[in-house]
Design a protein around this ligand. Structure first.
Ligand SMILES: [Zn+2]
Length: 255
């Protein structure tokens, strides 16, 4: 199970975690053996074998606090719980950026207490943070109509009729909502929501900007680096970490 009694997502249990770790090792093995067909076939078979015991939904919905989280484990865990079911509760970057993410999360939580994170990851050497305010203005006296509830026994015709009826009710509600947003109170709330959303976007941009000058591995000041292969991998690194990994400054080639 990856939900506790309150419906809040939890870590994989130990057995599932062991299977998942084994699958990750098998995938790494597979990627490494891709140079030779026999090696690939053997690694692929091994990966399939390991993968059989795995429930992908369970893995996606469990909370994956990174092994190197250290002092940030609690704060990162609170972020992972904000990721809705199905997206995968991972933070896909290395520890040098954890303080940036944690600061950003605390700022956004002030603006939007129930905001959702969709993805927080490294891409092309930069930080990408995708989120959703999960809030909109509605009239507190006139909440959105609930979806129809139908028993398991409902026929398709009953189902269609219930949804058609709900659609009519919902359309009427949308008309009332549009009128509410034009009232003084509604307009003020809408303006406040838009102000917070704009500020939140600026905070996300600032965090991505901060990551672009912070070593993803150690958190010291860094810059965009690349491998020297023609199809390069990019990562934001400090000079020390870059030297250790054999990366060079991305800019140097054009200088
Ligand atoms: Zn570094």
């Amino acid at each position: 199970m990856s939900d506790n009694a309150d419906g809040e997502p939890t870590e994989l249990d130990e057995a599932a975690q062991v299977r998942w770790d084994a699958l990750k090792d098998a995938v790494v093995e597979l990627a490494g053996s891709a140079v030779d067909v026999d090696g690939f076939a053997a690694a692929f078979a091994a990966m399939r074998q390991v993968g059989q015991g795995i429930d992908l939904q369970e893995v996606l919905n469990a909370v994956h606090v990174p092994d190197d989280a250290g002092e940030y484990a609690g704060a990162l865990r609170r972020m992972l719980v904000r990721i809705p079911d199905g997206w995968g509760r991972w933070i896909s970057c290395s520890r040098g950026w954890y303080p940036i993410l944690v600061d950003l999360d605390q700022q956004l939580a002030v603006l939007f207490p129930t905001y959702e994170i969709h993805q927080a990851k490294e891409k092309y050497g930069g930080l990408r943070f995708y989120w959703h305010a999960s809030e909109r203005v509605t009239d507190p006296e006139d909440p959105e109509p609930d979806w129809p509830t139908l028993g398991d026994q409902a026929t398709k015709a009953e189902n269609d009729a219930a949804w058609a009826a709900w659609q009519v009710v919902h359309d009427a509600w949308r008309v009332r909502l549009a009128r509410y947003v034009e009232t003084e109170v509604g307009a003020a709330r809408q303006a406040d929501l838009e102000r917070r959303a704009k500020l939140a976007e600026q905070l996300v941009d600032a965090a991505e900007q901060r990551a672009s000058v912070t070593c993803e591995l150690c958190g010291r000041s860094g810059q965009l680096c690349r491998t020297q292969a023609r199809h390069a991998w990019y990562q934001t690194l400090c000079p020390g970490c870059a030297a250790q990994k054999g990366y060079v400054r991305a800019k140097e080639e054009s200088e």
